[in-house]
Design a protein around this ligand. Structure first.
Ligand SMILES: Cc1cc2nc3c(=O)[nH]c(=O)nc-3n(C[C@H](O)[C@H](O)[C@H](O)COP(=O)(O)OP(=O)(O)OC[C@H]3O[C@@H](n4cnc5c(N)ncnc54)[C@H](O)[C@@H]3O)c2cc1C
Length: 403
């Protein structure tokens, strides 16, 4: 059996690390640091001092080692592309300030503020702009409504939500990307002081490089050496604009330009081969419930934000229904077909993932192990496209390994 450090090095060398931040919890000698491509990676910074059973916990929890889909509740509706649910709605915060501050309908932020107010959670862990240097995104602990509002909105940049020690406390609620939530769910029996925290997530297309944020700012007129006073990726509308301020200069770009052209194309490799951008390990998951055009494609039109809200567990459903009763979020029924149409990236990635994994393996890069997502069945149902995807991945991975 190899050591924890050797295992971490293996995951990083296979480019399978998602930067979730679990490693420092398993070995306090490790910290997360941006690498020269702008992705967050674990590095040994001092003496290695792994916690008890660190290797076993890492093997079953690191998203670069494996992801196993949790067993669905007996009463769940199954969706091979978007995962099981025990409740599916469109939702938005009833408080207009919260709705505006959120990326889509502000449902997560509304839940955060309500969980704190009602004492259902002692604190929420999430991610937000670094206060003094908002080019960067950092893990945060939220204990008030104002802090929840300040942390609202998607951050399309590296941040390891599990770097925050508060994420491992059973009286917290944890908001994070699906890989972070899957890692925490799998590790919880060994690293949480009791029952797993309430786990909240959102659909995730992948984490872009920090360099993409910096080059977008540069293109818009804020040079790399200029300090930034404020930076939002979305919000104040739906989808909302990327906006940044440096002194008297305020710049902005629309969603197509920011996410579509600059940020999205830099997502790290692990995200391109993710089986679970839809947060199957969470209790509650949010997504953008985009409108679709007559061909069924999302329109990204500006408007009042609407989240898709999914309960994955009975605990998640009970929480959502209580929040609706309390009047903090409004909901209406959502059809699974509508959500699939609104999420073409998620559905295509999962449908052809097995072909990508095969292409990667044939080109010499070992991917993580995935269980319980039905990937083979999905891919073989479209054999021609699957072969095209497999060849494309093979060529790209081989070229990357030779460069
Ligand atoms: C990297 C990334 C990829 C995404 N990809 C998709 C996608 O494929 N499809 C889709 O529908 N939507 C995607 N989203 C948007 C996401 O679905 C919306 O944030 C979600 O709909 C929640 O909206 P809301 O208004 O309810 O959340 P909000 O009220 O805005 O709350 C968002 C919460 O998420 C936390 N958070 C923000 N950024 C991060 C981060 N990088 N890491 C960890 N926690 C964070 C914040 O702390 C906040 O608590 C993505 C977001 C991110 C950050």
């Amino acid at each position: 059996m190899t050591t924890l450090q050797e295992r971490i090095a293996d995951v990083v060398s296979r480019d399978a690390c998602s930067g979730c931040g679990l490693c420092p919890r398993l070995d306090p000698g490790v910290r997360m640091q941006l690498d020269d491509r702008g992705y967050l990676r674990p590095v040994l910074d001092g003496e290695s001092a792994p916690v008890d059973d660190a290797v076993a916990v890492f093997d079953r929890s690191c998203p670069g080692m494996r992801i196993t889909a949790p067993e669905a509740p007996a009463d769940a509706e199954h969706d091979a592309l978007l995962g099981p649910n025990v409740g599916l709605w469109q939702a938005w915060a009833t408080d207009e300030d919260v709705r505006k501050a959120g990326s889509s309908g502000g449902a997560l932020t509304a839940l955060h503020a309500w969980l704190l107010e009602t004492g259902r959670a002692a604190r929420i862990t999430g991610a937000a702009a670094e206060r003094t240097a908002p080019r960067r995104t950092v893990p945060v602990t939220i204990t008030t409504r104002d802090q929840a509002l300040a942390a609202a909105g998607s951050r399309y940049a590296p941040v390891g939500a599990l770097e925050n020690p508060d994420a491992f406390r059973s009286d917290s609620a944890v908001a994070g990307k699906p890989c972070e939530i899957a890692a925490l769910r799998a590790a919880a029996p060994d690293v949480v002081d009791g029952e797993a925290p309430l786990l909240l997530s959102f659909f995730c297309a992948g984490t872009p490089s920090q360099k993409a944020t910096d080059s977008l700012l540069d293109e818009l007129g804020i040079a790399p050496d200029r300090p930034v006073d404020a930076l939002r990726y979305r919000g104040n509308g739906w989808p909302g604009r990327f906006t940044a301020r440096s002194g008297d200069t305020e710049v902005s770009a629309d969603y197509d330009e920011s996410w579509g052209r600059v940020l999205g194309p830099t997502t790290q490799w692990r995200c391109k081969i993710c089986p679970d951008g839809v947060g199957q390990a969470a209790d509650i998951v949010c997504a953008d419930s985009w409108e679709t055009d007559e061909r069924g494609y999302p329109t990204f039109a500006e408007g009042d934000g609407i989240s898709a809200l999914i309960a994955r567990t009975a605990r998640g459903r009970e929480t959502i229904l209580a929040a609706v009763d309390a009047g903090v979020i409004a909901v209406r029924a959502l059809n699974g077909r509508h959500l699939r149409d609104a999420q073409p990236l998620q559905t295509a990635r999962r449908r052809f993932l097995f072909a990508r994994l095969l292409g990667s393996r044939l080109a010499g890069r070992r991917p993580p192990r995935y269980r319980g997502f039905g990937l083979i069945r999905l891919t073989v149902s479209r054999p021609r496209e699957a072969v095209r995807v497999m060849r494309g991945t093979f060529r790209r991975v081989r070229a990357a390994r030779q460069s």
